[in-house]
Design a protein. Structure first.
Length: 407
């Protein structure tokens, strides 16, 4: 039995699967994964809860499996959130330094960060995370820590991620209904990037894409900081739906065909090839053209990548992603998805692997668990920095208190 005070749990309530990862932090602060749990998700659509009763039941199953493997009792979790309502944008805060000697203090830093967060959001929205980028002192850019410098004008750029407060609160309330506490709420895109990217890759510039069941999250780094983020309400389930319509088969059959015969790049050998679709007693119902199946999949995946590429182009970030693109999520296992993504982005694309974490190889090698593992890393960093600044995680802050105040 492990010391519960060193236990961290990450929870992702996905469209297709609910995943839980459990980690233990050692005296040095190193994170070790000791348990995993997952359950088929029946009450989530496009990353958002539509049937709380089903989700609660599936969540309890995933938690129980993780507790059994880790031999611990999970009391609280870091909750990952997604959904088409989530948006990210950059904002700048300005603060005049009024002290007599013009030396910038921590209070000045706190004030300029506060000003950067003072944005006009829709009334129903709240900030999920705000990511501090660089400071400016009297116009000098690239300042990482202005405390102790002299200046009359302090500015800060910040990436702000926000979403619908009620939709976020639905997830928080559901978790609490299972007698678990929520340590913090974190955008899934931040979590997956913490799991997959090294500091060097963040400095070089990298794009991380998680193609889940109902949503696709993406986060772009440059010069070591998050520059852009986004969510598409499209994922692997939409590919299955396309196949069901295009091939005129049931959704369950389409999902099975996708897993067994799908690819992101149509092959020459598939032309003219057919598959027999049979019923429960083995009688043939119809035949499906494999080439048609592959083209349907390729078109949907290509569309997902093109939408992200267009968004990055508009943000002016495409030329700064020198480390390339990193893929995770269940759909990242689709054969041919790497060359397809390389064709769209015109840069190196790599299947993502978790970094700087030890423990269960089964977890580290599964791209589907990247977000849950990233939530563990977020939690471990937050605990390490707790004494100095309670909510600071490598410049990333959550506003969990605002969500809880709505309960």
């Amino acid at each position: 039995m492990f010391d519960d005070s060193n236990i961290i749990a990450g929870l992702e309530i996905g469209t297709s699967v609910i995943r839980v990862a459990v980690g233990e932090t050692g005296e040095s602060g190193a994170l070790n994964i000791i348990g995993l749990g997952q359950a088929k998700s029946r009450g989530v659509r496009k990353g958002e809860i539509i049937n709380p009763e089903h989700v609660e039941e599936d969540l309890r199953s995933a938690i129980f499996e993780a507790e059994q493997m880790a031999d611990v009792e999970i009391r609280s979790v870091y909750l990952g959130v997604s959904g088409g309502h989530i948006r990210g944008f950059n904002n700048r805060g300005v603060h005049p330094v009024v002290s007599a000697d013009r030396e910038i203090s921590q209070d000045d830093v706190d004030d300029v960060v506060k000003n950067a967060k003072a944005i006009n959001l829709p009334a129903e929205n709240t900030i999920i995370n705000h990511v501090r980028q660089h400071f400016f002192v009297d116009g000098q850019d690239g300042v990482t820590n202005p405390v102790g410098m002299l200046g009359a004008r302090l500015e800060v750029d910040m990436h702000v991620i926000h979403g619908n407060a009620n939709r976020l609160q639905n997830a928080v309330r559901l978790v609490r209904a299972t007698s678990l506490e929520v340590d913090d709420v974190v955008f899934n895109g931040i979590a997956m990037s913490l799991a997959l990217l090294t500091n060097e890759q963040k400095e070089l510039g990298a794009l991380v894409i998680d193609i889940g069941g109902g949503t696709t999250e993406y986060v772009a780094y440059s010069d070591g900081i998050i520059r852009h983020s986004g969510v598409l309400a499209v994922g692997g389930d939409h590919i299955s739906n396309d196949l069901a319509i295009g091939l005129k088969v049931s959704l369950a059959r389409a999902h099975k065909l996708k897993e067994e015969h799908g690819t992101a790049l149509p092959t020459e050998t598939a032309k003219g090839q057919t598959l027999s679709i049979t019923n429960d007693i083995g009688l043939e119902l119809k035949r499906v053209n494999v080439g048609h199946l592959q083209r349907i999949m390729a078109l949907r995946l290509e569309e997902i990548f093109q939408l992200i590429a267009q968004d990055l182009e508009q943000s002016g970030l495409t030329d700064y992603l020198r480390a390339g693109v990193f893929l995770c999520g269940g759909s990242s296992r689709v054969p041919g998805i790497v060359p397809l993504a390389e064709n769209v982005f015109q840069m190196n694309v790599t299947p993502g692997h978790t970094t700087a974490i030890s423990g269960l190889t089964a977890a580290l090698d599964q791209p589907e668990f990247a977000t849950a593992i990233g939530l563990l890393k977020y939690g471990s960093l937050r605990q390490r920095k707790h004494l100095a600044r309670p909510s600071l995680v490598s410049g990333i802050k959550g506003v969990f208190g605002k969500l809880m105040s709505r309960s």
